[in-house]
Design a protein. Structure first.
Length: 164
């Protein structure tokens, strides 16, 4: 084998090495995106489940058994959250989820931390917080995980309607 053939062989091996490195890099990037997508879907499922669980409850503690027609009967904005006697298993109204946190450690893919915030809102400004009682409450569920690069926030508005 002469010098020209050796250089040609070295060049071919160099091109092959660069191609293999590029393919491996693309596979790793694709795998990372796939893992992030799977964790994102799982986080959305957990947040949606939390919102659906809260939406199954009464609008307020006083509306659990009877209808209310006066805003002053509702829980004050500073008192949103569970009573000292309530546990997550005994939550009976939507605002009991204010300040609720939960850690999910039994999933094989990752650990998740869930936290909830419930506020009164004005219908014309659902992104803000009302400092007084209204017929509308918003829950914001935040899901984080050490395995995810992003934090997931999902919100839902729950309004009280009573027809006579």
């Amino acid at each position: 084998m002469n010098t020209g053939q050796s250089l040609f062989s070295i060049g071919a091996l160099l091109l092959l090495s660069l191609t293999v490195l590029r393919v491996n890099n693309n596979i790793l990037i694709t795998d990372s995106v796939l893992q992030d997508s799977k964790l994102g879907v799982l986080a959305i499922s957990l947040a949606t489940s939390m919102i659906e669980e809260a939406n199954k409850k009464a609008f307020d503690a006083v509306t659990a058994d009877d209808a209310v027609a006066n805003l002053s009967s509702l829980t004050s904005p500073g008192s949103l959250g569970p009573g000292s006697w309530e546990t997550p298993d005994t939550f009976n109204d939507f605002d009991d989820y204010n300040g609720y946190t939960k850690q999910i450690t039994n999933l094989p893919s990752a650990e998740f931390n869930i936290s909830c915030v419930v506020n009164y809102i004005y219908p014309n400004n659902p992104d803000g917080t009302a400092l007084e009682r209204t017929w509308n409450k918003k829950i914001t569920v935040t899901v984080t995980s050490p395995s995810m690069g992003d934090t997931l926030n999902l919100s839902s508005v729950y309004s009280y309607w009573h027809f006579r």
